[in-house]
Design a protein around this ligand. Structure first.
Ligand SMILES: Nc1nc2c(ncn2[C@@H]2O[C@H](COP(=O)(O)OP(=O)(O)OP(=O)(O)O)[C@@H](O)[C@H]2O)c(=O)[nH]1
Ligand SMILES: [Mg+2]
Length: 234
């Protein structure tokens, strides 16, 4: 039947098929997320899924965290990107192990991709595994990877309206890192930190919020304290 001849019931069937496919994808993902959870629990390791828009500073934050905590925490990273291993190379330059996943155009990492990466990472010798998800505030929030928690990064240059405009990821995250606060000096960027705190807490009462600069190191000590407590309490 030509497309323009679809009846209302044809359309409904098509939509239901799409819903079923979507459910099957999410169910398959949940099976792998469970496997990852079990693997990490068997070794007693923490795992955090870092999510943000492209360029908010995820890799820079990870590089600084790895270097500053080198004497106390062994950190490994799973890097998700559409293409290239630029970010994995930046992590490896710190001597921390990093596995790059290229999603070939997909806007998020799946739990099965993370499962394969976990098999290649020396998980036993680490204290914590970070997953740097593909730069995107929306898609990655729908896919559980087996992590202990999501860390959302928002840089001040993106604007203070993001919790309201993209509530899903702020509602689901354990931590909000408000990055690039060095740019607030001299009012180069208009950004109301109080508004972000209020809006993020309205969505998620228990979210921990750390304003930081991965460039200057300002505020990073509070983030390190939270991370170290998480690893110790495992
Ligand atoms: N001023 C300032 N610049 C920063 C800060 N953190 C990161 N940057 C810069 O922001 C740009 C993007 O940083 P990345 O760490 O590559 O960002 P990302 O989120 O990993 O990017 P994708 O992986 O592409 O999504 C780089 O030019 C960094 O030097 C910061 O705290 N302050
Ligand atoms: Mg990156």
């Amino acid at each position: 039947m030509p497309r323009w001849c679809w009846t209302r019931s044809n359309l409904k069937e098509q939509m239901m098929d799409k819903v079923d496919v979507g459910k099957r994808i999410l169910n398959a993902n949940e099976t792998y997320a469970m496997k990852n959870r079990r693997l990490l629990a068997r070794y007693g390791k923490r795992c955090f899924n870092m999510i943000s828009s492209p360029g908010s500073g995820k890799t820079t934050l990870l590089v600084r965290t790895i270097r500053d905590l080198a004497q106390s925490l062994r950190i490994g990273v799973i890097e998700g990107d559409l293409q290239t291993d630029i970010d994995a190379e930046r992590i490896r330059a710190t001597k921390a192990p990093a596995i790059q996943i290229n999603t070939d155009g997909a806007c998020h990492l799946s739990a099965s991709q993370v499962n394969q990466a976990l098999e290649k990472l020396p998980v036993e010798g680490l204290d914590v595994v970070f997953i740097e998800n593909v730069g995107n505030l929306v898609c990655p929030s729908a896919f559980e990877l087996g992590e202990d928690g999501k860390i959302v990064v928002l840089s001040v240059a993106e604007g203070d309206d993001k919790p309201v405009k993209y509530p899903g990821i702020f509602a689901k995250s354990k931590v909000l890192l408000v990055n690039k606060i060095d740019l607030l000096a001299g009012s180069l960027v208009d950004f109301d930190l109080d508004r972000v705190n209020t809006d993020a807490r309205r969505l998620n009462k228990s979210i921990e919020i750390f304003p930081v600069s991965a460039k200057t190191g300002e505020g990073m000590r509070n983030w390190y304290g939270w991370l170290t407590d998480q690893v110790r309490s495992r």
